[in-house]
Design a protein around this ligand. Structure first.
Ligand code: GAP
Length: 513
């Protein structure tokens, strides 16, 4: 098994074993690409959402939040273009009967060229040692340049063909590149067809009066239709933003990468309303701001990169993804889209209501342009979780599995462990839990030897273990053990709050932005 597949399998089984993510309705053999968050998962997910909300809404005076309904008037989706254009290009393999997204097959082919580039870099780094200049190598090595050019040309052609709805050329490209079905190796493909991703449902009791609805495929439209309500009641001046987090639904064709691509998922989106003509400047601003947010979590600069879109969505005049190095390679984590005035103008047209802003400085009304940042909460969860899972060799020859989650996001910040279950130690430990729980999510654990309890907390991602022993009864001190360094220190009980706060407080993490 390839190393990356192996690592990904470990991520999935660890997420289950430690109460992070379960397959939905598992007792009925599950539902494809639908997942439930378990007791630890729900905390990690909430902490990621809070980290985003703090940075996006509460730290920006000109950005406010809303929580729009999942059901929206069906004309919304006609206006937004989703009824006509929210499609994925599908292709079937005639031999294996497996269905694929044609664009994903091509992107995966280009991904393999990227892997070849990485291998060239690793080889050269080994050869040149300290003298190796990665940037220069990437810019000048003929083989790297050849791979890059080939990848860019493929993506360009695919983007243009999809833009023009030339699906025959997309198939031709797959055939020219010799792309085979990943399951069977067969190159016997059907034509490429478009498939709409929205889930339909009905509102109302009787069959003849029921109204056809869609489950929202993005949260953004709930923001657009509320744009004027929020602007007026909040007396907001352009530029300003509206943010929300919430569920979105897509009938994904290829959904086999755990929580990377789900049919029911959560988005964290922000629409920033700006003066027409300023979109380039705000596009750059939000690309940089969002990358800083990611980097503040300390998950390694090398694990992120920008990818400019060749194929623009029906609403965008510029778009880039922030890609993350998942166990299966670099993939989209977040999108930054310059959406022009497409959505508001469309809603004006379809609703017959004016959705304009009166600019007092310019003394005129206009439909604002929109810059959007859109990140999948589940995808961010996977990025954080997969990047944090490590297997470490210890000095004594044993190994430990540790989930090095950024402490600010960890579900449980500290576990309090009485060394033994007697002599009054559990009572002291419980008192510490009762005090710390006002500020942090803390756990109490008295089962098994303390070493095993440390390992259990390491694997669950708890940044601190606090051990109460017999000396505690004499001098009010405890041992605090750090998950990542395994360093242990003796401290007073009354110091615990400040020590934990220093490491888990959002302020100190977000200050790194
Ligand atoms: N409002 C714009 C929009 O929805 P998108 O690129 O389609 O743009 C934005 O989606 C983000 O939502 C993606 O970058 C990804 O993180 C997340 N996302 C999209 N589809 C997803 C799915 N099926 N499962 C999990 N996350 C998804």
């Amino acid at each position: 098994m390839a190393k990356n597949d192996d690592q990904f399998k470990k991520v999935i089984s660890h997420a289950k074993e430690y109460g992070y993510v379960f397959q939905s309705s598992e007792i009925y053999d599950g539902l494809s690409a639908v997942y439930d968050y378990a007791q630890n998962g729900v905390e990690l997910k909430k902490n990621i959402r809070d980290y985003w909300w703090k940075a996006m809404v509460q730290m920006n005076e000109n950005i406010v939040g809303i929580d729009a309904a999942i059901f929206m008037h069906p004309t919304t989706w006609k206006a937004s273009g989703h009824v006509d254009a929210f499609n994925d290009p599908l292709i079937d393999n005639k031999d294996s009967k497996k269905r694929y997204r044609a664009d994903v097959l091509i992107e995966d082919y280009v991904g393999k060229l990227d892997t070849k580039i990485e291998k060239e870099v690793a080889k050269a780094a080994k050869r040149f040692g300290d003298a190796f200049d990665k940037a220069q190598f990437l810019a000048t090595n003929p083989r790297v340049l050849q791979y890059k050019e080939k990848g860019a040309a493929i993506l360009k052609r695919m983007g243009q063909s999809l833009e023009k709805e030339d699906l025959a050329d997309v198939k031709a490209l797959i055939e020219e590149l010799g792309i085979a079905c990943p399951e069977s190796g067969s190159k016997n493909w059907t034509d490429v067809k478009q498939f709409n991703l929205m889930f339909g449902t009905k509102l109302g009791a009787s069959a003849d009066s029921a109204m056809d609805l869609y489950l929202r495929p993005e949260t953004a439209q709930g923001i657009f239709v509320n744009f004027l309500n929020v602007q007026k009641t909040g007396r907001l001046k352009i530029p300003f933003g509206i943010a929300q987090t919430g569920k979105a639904f897509r009938n994904e064709i290829v959904a086999r990468q755990f929580i990377f691509r789900m049919r029911e998922f959560e988005q964290m989106e922000m629409q920033f309303f700006i003066k027409p003509g300023t979109q380039q400047e705000w596009y750059e601003h939000w690309k940089e701001a969002r990358m800083k947010w990611h980097l503040s979590l300390g998950m390694g600069e090398d694990n992120y990169r920008f990818h400019d879109h060749e194929k623009l969505a029906h609403y965008a005049d510029a778009a880039a993804d922030i890609e993350f190095r998942f166990p299966f390679g670099f993939k989209e984590l977040e999108g930054i889209h310059s959406r022009t005035d497409f959505d508001l103008s469309q809603h004006e047209e379809f609703s017959g209501k004016k959705l304009q802003y009166f600019d007092h400085e310019e003394n005129k009304s206009y439909v604002p342009y929109v810059l959007e940042t859109s990140i999948g909460l589940d995808r961010m969860f996977l990025a954080v979780f997969s990047n944090s899972l490590k297997e470490e060799e210890l000095e004594n020859g044993t190994t430990r599995v540790v989930l090095k989650l950024p402490a600010v996001l960890a579900p449980t910040k500290a576990a309090v462990l009485p060394l033994v279950k007697k002599d009054g130690l559990p009572e002291v430990a419980r008192k510490i839990v009762d005090d710390l729980k006002w500020d942090f999510n803390v756990a109490y654990d008295e089962k098994d030897a303390v070493g095993r309890r440390y390992r259990r907390q390491d694997a669950a991602g708890t940044p601190f273990c606090i051990t109460v022993d017999h000396d505690t009864l004499e001098d009010n001190s405890v041992t605090i053990r750090h998950r990542d360094t395994m360093e242990q220190k003796r401290v007073k009980i009354e110091e615990l709050r400040a020590i934990i706060k220093q490491e888990v407080d959002m302020r100190s993490w977000l200050m790194k932005m």
